[in-house]
Write a protein that binds this ligand. Sequence first.
Ligand code: AMP
Length: 585
Amino acid sequence: MLEKMEILDVEKLIGDFEVMTKDAENVQRETLKMILEENGCAEYLQNMGLNGRTDPESFKACVPLVTHKDLEPYIQRVADGAFSPILTGKPITTISLSSGTTQGKPKFVPFNNELMETTLQIYHTSFAFRNREFPIENGKALQFIYSSKHSKTKGGLFAGTATTNVFRNPQFKKAMTAMQSECCSPDEVIVGPDFHQSLYCHLLCGLIFHEEIQLVSSTFAHSIVLAFRTFEQVWEELCDDIREGVLTSRITFPSVRSAMAKLLKPNPELADLIEKKCSRLSNWYGLIPELFPNVKYIYGIMTGSMEPYLKKLRHYAADVPLISADYGSSEGWIGANINPSLPPESTTYAVLPNIGYFEFIPLKENVEGHMQENGNVSFLSTEPKPVGLTEVKVGEEYEVIITSFAGLYRYRLGDVVKVMGFHNSTPELKFVCRRNLMLTINIDKNTEKDLQLAVEEAAKLIAEEKREVIDFSSNVDVSADPGHYVIFWEISGEVSDEVLKECCNCLDRSFVDAGYVSSRKVNAIGPLELRVVWKGTFHKILDHYLRLGAVVSQFKTPRYVGPTNNKVLQILCDNVAKNYFSTAF
Ligand code: AMP
């Protein structure tokens, strides 16, 4: 039983949040001051000529906006073990590898205790709001979490994905206990060296503790869908293990086997029960509440590139609420979901004004300014004029800039957000898309969001045949003139050529960006191509990223595969089963 002392005081947490967000502007000033005081001796800041000034005006005047590329040489020196303070006052001892699934290769970013503290703060804040509406009792969480191998950099610093750095920190377990969300799987499963084996064991642990499971979660929703798709394949094997009390020989790692052996006892009644439950489901609808009768909600990041998985997740969840987890990145946290009863499609994130210093580049103004100058639009070449956290306007879109406690100053995160409103004086942001994911050939520009909407529209045509798009990606093919968009689809079963041809036309018509439509009409962009790939292709892409050191917990299918990401492009192109060209224009 948990001691009362260990459980979070949610009302106090909410009270503190209210006080802080009523004074967001001052809290931002104070936060910047703290960051600059703590790190003022670092070489990077020393070179900026701040001379001890910590006010936002001097900061903006002296310190330039940067991207990861600009900071790479500094971060590399930190990773190589440079002795002097480079980016932060205190030495950095850990490096996070960002998932890299959006860029093609993992990036190094600094991780430190302060970042861990902000992680806990955001976990606690959103938990407080969540628990007020969806209280959980003492029980367990089925968490599909995986940590990557921890390696060492040349300079001897620990390096792992950001989620790994969090999961392995002793504070993480304490926080989960305090949030009554203790993972039902033993640590050996979470840190297990093979993701497929860990996933199987997570499922098995969930079944063993099926009555105690209060929530099902993962960092990103993709992992939950992947887990239950896997369940559909392996449920009979899981039942055999439970019946006999012996773990399948497929699980080979001794540490994982011995941890599981402690939990697994022959339990034919439970095996029978699960078999009965599974056999009475129709097409696995409502699988989650059927298996876990006391589950209160499903939790994980469900916005942005995770939205395409919501349909399948709802299918498994039936009427169990889906709650999107918070908004952050390996570089730092941004906002908490404090309106948990909103469906993921409407989720917003309230920025915590004390976890970093935030600026926002208005997109509309910059794009318009650039259009007037040049007559056409190039998103990233505009001169940005960022505004402060409390200066953003409702309804406008912005690119997020972070200044963190972990050595990033005026760092362009590359995410686009929309301001949906304010909670007291802090903005509530909706995640829109990654800024650099653009399908573009000439004057057209389509973002990840545009692609997602087009795929959603076209997928309705196969939904009529009880088929679904399991995953998708895109690319522009400019090998011949004119270039054209290529959309890759993995589908859950057979679909006739006729319908797929219609899907292809629908995709082409669904990109409504004026630049695209006008280019298509005059054939300055060629007919869109839909390439249907063999089942399992996107799994191969996941495996490819895992080999590169990514971790399933942070995996995001790359929605656009650029020319530099040739390995992924090759996997996609090598697995094309059929292709179709649009006749929509
Ligand atoms: P990583 O590179 O693994 O650190 O991933 C960070 C990126 O994931 C962010 O920059 C966003 O693009 C995306 N992301 C993180 N949280 C959310 C969220 N709540 N909604 C949508 N996208 C998110």
